[in-house]
Design a protein around this ligand. Structure first.
Ligand code: CA
Ligand code: CA
Length: 128
């Protein structure tokens, strides 16, 4: 009698394991297939940025007004040209805008240092 009960319990246990196994492995697999071709989204190429090095106030002329605007920016008195000054105000083209740039721009007007690219039009192409 004990043996029969053990067999019944074992069979019940095995059967319940199979039931759980099948339930756990059941996965809803989508059967719908799309006939639309996947198209890669396209984005317009970024526009190149053109500026005149040293033309801090962007009036297309490099003069003492630009040196003054750069000094006022560096003294945190006037941030009117904040957006473009990292390009136009980096007159020594070392990647940062500092008092050296204001000094370089002032010297440009009295020809004490080589003029480098001050006053030249520069075009950059933003990364995509
Ligand atoms: Ca200017
Ligand atoms: Ca600089």
């Amino acid at each position: 009698m004990k043996k029969q009960i053990l067999i019944i319990l074992a069979a019940t246990l095995i059967f319940s394991c199979f039931s759980l196994g099948f339930t756990a492995n059941a996965v809803n697999v989508p059967t719908e297939t799309s006939t639309e071709a996947f198209t890669q989204p396209t984005y317009p190429a970024p526009e190149p940025i053109t500026y005149i090095l040293g033309d801090v106030n962007r009036d297309n002329v490099v003069n003492l007004k630009d040196a003054t605007a750069l000094q006022r920016f560096l003294a945190n008195v006037d941030n009117s040209y904040y957006d473009e000054i990292s390009l136009t105000g980096d007159t020594n083209q070392d990647g940062t805008v500092t008092l050296k740039d204001a000094s370089t721009l002032q010297k440009y007007f009295v020809d004490l240092v080589p003029q480098g690219n001050i006053g030249k039009q520069i075009t950059i192409y933003p990364c995509t």
